[in-house]
Design a protein around this ligand. Structure first.
Ligand code: ADP
Ligand code: NA
Length: 327
């Protein structure tokens, strides 16, 4: 199994990102050969400033390294492996306008202003196809919103294989991992925890110090009722349910098991236990992250090493694709 996954670069990562995404990637390293790339080329299709792009790439890489992405996986940024862009151009001869016109993400993101959208926003899914096909990936982790793009990658691979009478590209399958928990705001159990929430008390940032983590959990909105025996009984108590979900995800336990332990206790007892757990899991990640952010050259060096490993895997596929089309 060879897994390829692109990651949008973003700064100010929070507990929702960690439990909902990063932790899944860390676990994936033991399931197969993993290539994780920071999608800096994709970022150019939107409006990102050069400083923001450079900074968020290093921050995201540092966060992934701090959270446990290590040499079991190949971590790199897309721009440093030219084979992505080179194969993308070849595949632009294969992809059809009609296929791309049907992409719902293109329609959503371009909106009514298609004439003003960047060309890259339109051809973005072809680069995504190249991202995985260049490694002959067998599996791609995809959320609901990316299923259509993976279908497109399979269509492009099929047409390329047919047109050029080759079996170069295996058709990548979606990798459905264990459902990731959805973490909600600490101030409002109905909204998801997000970096765009104006209230910093709504989220735990991965860079928060121990006291801040504990304080935010202590001040999290809850209700005066004790915790029930059954998970179903939290259905109408979103804030309480969220804290139980966070506890379970941090402890790698199922929420029902957590309730069985704490049933009958109020938040006066549960919150300190949750704060201790959160600090014990997030503290070491934050300490490593802080160190890495102080030594950006080490992060860059790690990315360069990953790019070398990735390019070595991509090169034979790119050569074969060039040969197939007569280049
Ligand atoms: P944000 O909402 O803070 O802008 P992003 O949209 O950049 O977060 O999400 C990056 C990744 O983190 C995605 O894989 C997304 O599914 C995951 N993620 C973001 N927020 C949450 C959350 N509150 N709970 C679970 N997963 C989340
Ligand atoms: Na977002």
């Amino acid at each position: 199994m060879r897994v390829v996954s692109g990651i949008q670069t973003t700064g100010n990562l929070h507990l929702g990102n960690y439990l909902g995404a990063i932790k899944q990637w860390v676990a994936m390293q033991d399931q197969g050969e993993c290539l994780f790339f920071l999608a800096d080329l994709h970022a150019l299709t939107g409006n990102v400033s050069p400083a923001e792009l450079a900074n968020s790439t290093v921050e995201m890489a540092a966060t992934l390294m701090a959270a446990g992405i290590d040499d079991r996986a190949i971590l790199f940024n897309q721009a440093r492996v030219p084979a992505h862009a080179e194969l993308c151009w070849i595949l632009q001869g294969t992809a059809r306008m009609g296929w791309l016109n049907r992409m719902t993400q293109w329609k959503d993101k371009a909106g009514k202003n298609r004439e003003g959208a960047s060309v890259g926003l339109f051809t973005y899914p072809v680069l995504q196809a190249a991202d995985v096909l260049v490694y002959q990936a067998t599996h791609v982790p995809v959320g609901e919103d990316q299923k259509q793009h993976l279908e497109l990658a399979r269509d492009i691979a099929t047409k390329f294989n047919t047109d050029f009478e080759t079996e170069l590209f295996p058709l990548p399958d979606p990798l459905i991992s264990k459902a990731a928990p959805r973490i909600m705001s600490l101030r409002d159990g109905q909204a998801k925890m997000s970096k765009s929430d104006p209230s910093d008390m709504s989220r735990i940032n991965l860079i928060d110090d121990d006291d801040t983590i504990a304080q935010k959990l202590r001040k999290a909105r809850t209700d005066p009722e004790p915790l029930p025996e059954k998970l179903d009984d939290l259905a109408e108590r979103p804030e309480a349910k969220n804290l139980v979900t966070i506890y379970a995800a941090l402890a790698d336990r199922d929420p029902q098991g957590v309730l069985s332990e704490f049933a009958g206790q109020g938040f006066g007892a549960f919150k300190p236990a949750l704060a201790d757990l959160a600090v014990s899991v997030l503290g070491p990640i934050r300490d490593r992250l802080t160190q890495l952010l102080d030594d950006r050259a080490a992060v860059q060096a790690n990315l360069a090493k990953g790019a070398g490993r990735a390019q070595a895997l991509a090169e034979p596929t790119l050569k074969a694709a060039q040969k197939a089309v007569g280049l």
